[in-house]
Structure formats: structure tokens, C-alpha cells
Design a protein around this ligand. Structure first.
Ligand code: ZN
Ligand code: ZN
Length: 327
């Protein structure tokens, strides 16, 4: 029997934070003391995070966020797992919670209409509807909604530029989606600003759609930003859309290139994985110091000397840490 006593939380909240640096400290300390790992961005416009931890620690973490009136409405996408999916905790201050080049837009003022998974499923096949994937190439190449319009972008920053090519869709119903919903808040707000008339967004993203609507018509896997790399979302009519990077046959087996300085994520079939010794190219295969391929293509990150308190600057915190080291 699988022992799933860990959780993975994915969340965001657009809310004004007047003291982001101070709040960052506080948030970081809470994570360290509750053994929460992952990546969290704190900005003047809100919070964005993916974290992992023991179930009881994750419950406390959600309480900690909800207890702050600024973030009381935060919705968490909760997955169960058998281990941490991060090796470290990073709590960083950034000017935006998703790098978008759309800082002037506040989704709390205006954004696309939110669709819950069930409504999205009902609306997506109607006439005059365009399903727009606002994610980047490496994400939609691994999986996307059937009939979705995907964009040739390597970063969400490039989304506004691409929208210029979509002018002919201004009178259509546009349904945007992304991994967890955060990019759509700004993407749909931007579409409205550009004169698109009827704009909707999949609330909670692909992840929530998988949990609540069975992931119907999502083809391939969903790229995620933790050690799992990709997750299944469709339990109704799954399909493989990605191709082996080497031989081109259908495969959704994701590996990291064995050459550590390359480390690229690619789909690779079982056979090519062994043949290439887990490398994405002949060049990488020829690197003598590349990592040993064990058939998974996953490599544990080194955490020697890792100090989770790193980044905390308050004197009291440092003192606290020193006390512990002495203990
Ligand atoms: Zn292959
Ligand atoms: Zn490589």
C-alpha cells in the first residue's frame, strides 16, 4: 500500500503587500520551523508558491496563510504524495509573482471571468469558443487541451507580444488556461485590455481541472515545477502527445539529461534512454563526467551543507539558529 503522508500545495494570491521584505522573513521562518520545502515568491502584488511537507505541516502552513487577512481567500490545490517533492526551501522577493511584463494590471480590479472545472468542461466544446493555452513551449509540448491554441513562446514574458497575432479572435469567446491559474489572471486581464470582448479563465488551472473534472480532453501530461516534473491529469480519455526527443516515437517519459551542466528536461523512450545513457544528445553523452543513468533520469540534488535558514537576516533568527547548532 502506498504511504502518502506528504502533501504538495500549489497556490497564489493577488493581494497588496506593503511590507514584502519583512513579510518574506516571517514567511521563510515559518517554513523552516515547520519543515515546509519549495519555492515561494513574495511581491508587492501577492504570493505564489509550490511547496511540499508532511500532511500535518501542510495543514499548519495553510492555516498560517489563511490567518493573514490579506490572504484569507487563498485557494490551495492539494495533492498527496509519498515524500517531499523539493529538497530546499526558497522564499524570494520579486517585483511580480509571475514574471509577465504586465505589472500595471491588477486582477483584483479586472480579469477574465473565472470558470470552475465543470463549467470549463461544458463551455470548451461550444461553437465560437477558442481555448487558449497561455503557457510556454516546454509546457504545452508535453500536454495541452484537445483543440487548444498554443503559442510559440519560451517565457510568459513574451505572451503580450504574441497576442498581437490574435486580433482576429477578438469577437470569440476566449477560454484561457495554465497550470494552476495564476498566469491566466494577468493573461485574461491583458486580453480584455486589448479589446477582446468575452474572456474566461480556468480557475485553479489544469491541476484543479484534473482533480475535479477528471482531466477530460487534456492530452498528455502537465508540466509541474517540482521534482515530479510531469503529472497525469486525465483519467477519462488520456492520450500521449509528446515524442521521444531521440527517435520521435510517442513517449511521455520525462528525464533530465545526464550531463549535469545541460540538465535539460526531455521526453525519452525507455529504449533510447538506455542507448543514450540518459543524455539528450551525442555531445552530452560524450561528457566523461556525466551522471550515472539508472533508468529513471532523475538525479537527487546535492544538499550537503545546505542551510535552510540561509536568506534570513534578522538577528533574532540567526541567534535562534546558532542555538540549535549548539544543541
Ligand atoms: Zn526513443
Ligand atoms: Zn544534454
Amino acid at each position: 500500500m502506498e504511504n502518502k503522508n506528504f502533501q504538495i500545495l500549489l497556490y497564489y494570491c493577488y493581494a497588496k503587500i506593503d511590507n514584502p521584505e519583512e513579510y518574506r522573513e516571517q514567511h521563510h521562518l515559518f517554513c523552516v520551523e515547520n519543515n515546509i520545502r519549495g519555492r515561494i515568491i513574495i511581491s508587492d502584488e501577492g504570493l505564489n508558491g509550490t511547496v511540499s511537507g508532511l500532511t500535518e505541516d501542510c495543514i499548519n502552513y495553510m492555516k498560517f496563510i489563511h490567518a493573514d487577512p490579506r490572504f484569507s481567500k487563498t485557494e490551495f490545490k492539494i495533492d498527496s504524495y509519498d515524500s517531499h517533492t523539493f529538497t530546499k526551501i526558497h522564499v524570494r522577493y520579486k517585483p511580480e509573482i509571475v514574471h509577465s511584463a504586465l505589472r500595471h494590471l491588477d486582477p483584483n480590479v479586472r480579469t477574465g471571468k473565472h470558470l470552475d472545472p465543470e463549467s470549463f468542461r461544458n463551455l470548451k466544446d461550444q461553437e465560437d469558443v477558442v481555448i487558449l493555452d497561455v503557457r510556454s513551449n516546454y509546457e504545452h509540448e508535453l500536454g495541452h487541451f484537445k483543440n487548444a491554441l498554443t503559442l510559440d513562446i519560451d517565457n510568459f514574458r513574451d505572451f503580450p507580444d504574441k497576442v498581437k497575432e490574435l486580433g482576429h479572435l477578438k469577437k470569440k469567446k476566449v477560454l484561457t488556461y495554465c497550470t494552476g491559474g495564476i498566469k491566466c489572471e494577468k493573461a485574461s486581464a491583458f486580453l480584455l485590455e486589448q479589446g477582446f470582448e468575452d474572456v474566461y479563465q480556468l480557475h485553479g488551472g489544469i491541476i484543479k481541472y484534473g482533480m475535479e473534472a477528471g482531466g477530460e480532453d487534456f492530452e498528455g501530461k502537465c508540466y509541474v515545477f517540482d521534482n515530479r516534473i510531469a503529472v497525469d491529469v486525465n483519467t477519462i480519455n488520456p492520450k500521449v502527445v509528446s515524442k521521444c526527443h531521440i527517435c520521435g516515437t510517442g513517449s511521455d517519459r520525462m528525464i533530465n539529461c545526464a550531463n549535469q551542466s545541460c540538465n535539460v528536461h526531455v521526453a525519452m523512450c525507455e529504449e533510447c534512454g538506455w542507448k543514450m545513457e540518459g543524455s539528450c544528445s551525442i555531445e552530452c553523452k560524450d561528457i566523461p563526467e556525466k551522471r550515472h543513468y539508472d533508468g529513471t533520469g532523475y538525479y537527487q540534488k546535492h544538499t550537503n551543507g545546505y542551510n535552510p535558514y540561509k536568506g534570513l537576516v534578522r538577528k533574532t533568527t540567526k541567534d535562534k539558529f546558532l542555538d540549535r547548532v549548539i544543541e
